[in-house]
Write a protein that binds this ligand. Structure first.
Ligand SMILES: Nc1ncnc2c1ncn2[C@@H]1O[C@H](COP(=O)(O)O)[C@@H](OP(=O)(O)O)[C@H]1O
Ligand SMILES: [Mg+2]
Length: 356
């Protein structure tokens, strides 16, 4: 492997996200087949803890001095021995079939207690200094439960700037050119041709590759689709009406002359989908004034879209600012679009939101 800046970080992040995404898929299957005791805990809880443990253990092995901001803490696992055992069994059985890759990630976690300590390493306050990884072990909780879209997300920030981003999207099609539809992920977990790892390094472009099961398969460069006429654009938004205003998005679409209905999907799969040109715009329009977005919900997707030729800002046109701790407290909502139409979209967004 050529050693350019952040190439080791990218390589480890890809393998760590691959291993964790495969774990979440196996939880979904065991749950669907009834082999996971439903009384124990929700499959999201189990998948979240397992994926977070696997990613942090890989980061600690390779980058022991880095800080980590992750969504979960081990408190509930420390208090519930049955769920703890379920997660521990799963983590022990989640190995990549490529032994060399598994070794690069540091191999198995030593004990159940060290697994709990590893999960709790994700408690960094974040901030504007140093190397900080942001992890969302299962983003799009609701999508995961529906058998739809969800993503395993990992980003590296250095001095508040995202340098590396990786998204594991097990239910998106491998084929970058497949058009975006709402049911793309529904029940697709086992289907052929699903499962993608997206990645980007600052200044080096964005790529996709099949999720696979062993060594990392060949990557393809991805890029946003040029739009000659904004009225032909396809936009994505959350499935959850509580996460993004679906009435404001209709008004913004009208203003831009967009007639196609939105494509609704959960998770950062939205960022990935527009980055590969399967859709054009991603609108996330605040519903509650007091909600602050979390950095782990955006770090990887923000970089992947920008490296694919897009611009990502909040609803006022300000770049997402990852230097303020665990949240994006200086931003409201997200607007992602190809660079050359982004300003046009922001004007429509500001006009609709400003007139409310
Ligand atoms: N009121 C709100 N507004 C915006 N986002 C919210 C929200 N409440 C929760 N979220 C975040 O929205 C994420 C899912 O985004 P999306 O709607 O794009 O799938 C959730 O991540 P998790 O699923 O990891 O909890 C959660 O962090
Ligand atoms: Mg999330």
């Amino acid at each position: 492997m050529a050693s350019t800046e952040y190439s080791k970080e990218l390589h480890i992040a890809l393998l760590a996200v691959q291993r964790a995404t495969l774990l979440t898929k196996s939880v979904f299957h065991s749950h669907a087949k009834g082999t996971l005791d439903k009384a124990d805990a929700s499959p999201v809880t189990i998948g979240d803890f397992g994926a977070q443990a696997l990613i942090i253990s890989a980061l600690q092995h390779n980058f022991p001095d880095d800080e980590i901001v992750a969504e979960e803490e081990a408190k509930d696992l420390r208090e519930n021995s049955k769920v703890r055992q379920t997660v521990w069994d799963l983590v022990q059985n989640s190995k990549l079939s490529d032994d060399a890759a598994e070794k690069e990630l540091g191999g198995a976690i030593a004990s159940v207690d060290s697994m709990l300590d590893i999960i709790d390493k994700g408690d960094s306050k974040g901030g504007s200094k140093g190397r900080i990884w942001a992890i969302d072990p299962i983003d799009g909780t609701k999508g995961f439960l529906r058998g739809g879209q969800y993503a395993v997300c990992l980003g590296l920030m250095v001095d508040g700037d995202v340098k590396v981003g990786v998204l594991g999207c097990p239910n998106l099609p491998v084929d970058d050119s497949q058009p975006l539809t709402e049911d793309i992920g529904a029940d697709a977990t086992d289907a052929e041709g699903k499962g993608v790892l997206f990645s980007a390094v600052q200044g080096k472009g964005a790529a996709s590759r099949p999720l696979g099961k062993g060594s990392l398969a060949n990557e393809s460069t991805i890029g946003m689709k040029p739009i000659s006429n904004i009225s032909d654009a396809t936009f994505c938004e959350s499935v959850e009406a509580g996460h993004s205003s679906q009435s404001d998005s209709v008004a913004i679409a009208n203003k831009l002359g967009i007639t196609k209905p939105s494509v609704r999907m959960d998770s950062q799969a939205k960022y990935a989908s527009i980055a590969r040109g399967a859709g054009d715009l991603y609108l996330r329009l605040p519903v509650r004034k007091d909600y602050v977005e979390k950095i782990w919900d955006h770090a990887a997707g923000d970089l992947i879209v920008r490296e694919a030729g897009g611009q990502v800002t909040d609803t006022e046109g300000k770049r997402l600012d990852f230097s303020h701790g665990r949240t994006l407290k200086e931003n409201k909502g997200v607007i992602a679009a190809p660079k050359d139409v982004h300003q046009h979209v922001i004007e429509a967004v500001m006009s609709v939101l400003g007139s409310k």
